[in-house]
Design a protein. Sequence first.
Length: 142
Amino acid sequence: MGAGSTCACGMSRRRLLGAAGIAGAAVVGASACGTRDEDRPKPQDVLRGTVVAQTTDVPEGGGTIVVEGKIVLTQPEPGDYRAYSAVCPHAGCTIQEVEVNIHCLCHGSEFDIATGQPLAGPATSPLEELAISVSGTDITLE
Ligand code: FES
């Protein structure tokens, strides 16, 4: 499978716009309420211990976005799967696109699919890496 992107929910869209940006803005607004970010439940928490995608959903040299739980799954090398939070560290938008890099379309940040490190744009912090395990074709969020 070549580089590209698909949604683990079965859609084959390259961009997830609109509601994702609005959801990201809501997260930013909530950050001003006084609760420390590390104490706040994360969108991924509801999916911990569950299968979030199949390996066949994640193209080699690219990735996909699991909208529920805001998870970016990538496969930088054949059989090497990585997971990151889809919450952009710049201003909290939900990552909308994965091609050769991970793209946040809100302000143009790009992140490396192998490391989550910022490559371009206003973001200066990496995406949060998430622990996953692969059994057969099942990708489970740990
Ligand atoms: S919120 Fe992602 S680049 Fe600004």
